[in-house]
Ligand binder design. Sequence first.
Ligand code: HEC
Length: 196
Amino acid sequence: MTPELEPQPAQVRENHEPEEERRPLPVLYVLVFGMLTFFGFQYSITEAGDGPSNSGDRRTPVPAVVKQETGEAIFKRACSSCHQADGKGVPGTFPPLAGSPWVVGSQETPVRIVTLGLGGPLDVNGTVYNGAMPAIGATMKDDEVARVVSYIREGFGNKATPVDAATVAAVRKALNGRKDALTGGDELVTLGHKSP
Ligand code: HEC
């Protein structure tokens, strides 16, 4: 043996070059994966969902509730700045709705006043007013006018019948597209107003 062929000490200390080993997938892994795949396929085939899509939702449907503005709320928003929240008005300026014959008499009268507005002399229980009320209700729907008029006829101690939307619609139709404000108590009487 020649000294050259003897493994050198450095060679003896070295590890072998790493080389790839054969490492098959673990059997358990293959089994579990295979079972899951099988289960997935057979589930999607057998449970393909022929039923209605909402069949899993067993909650009772709740009908949507549309909140309606009450007559009182409309009054507070559209009338109380002048006639006051208690309906007593402002002496000499805004007539009272409490105890007013124009409110509790014919149903048509307050509907006409709210729809057209009112200017000119108007006697409310012995006090003559001569102001100007704008056509506050011109843009209100029939049933909104019905609710606010019913509120003033039944509120503030008044005891008159409520007014329904059909009556409001009929009264407004008979106005024939008129836009001018009512001219006072005399005209309201001419139009058919009756005090209680
Ligand atoms: C900007 C102030 C003002 C507002 C807002 C107003 N009014 Fe009037 N209202 C008056 C005035 C002023 C008169 C008196 C008009 C006159 O002298 O000719 C009057 C008269 C009346 C009358 C007849 C007189 C009486 O006292 O019975 C009624 C009914 C009435 N208003 C109802 C209403 C209702 C209902 C509303 C709300 C939808 C309303 N008013 C909103 C100012 C107002």
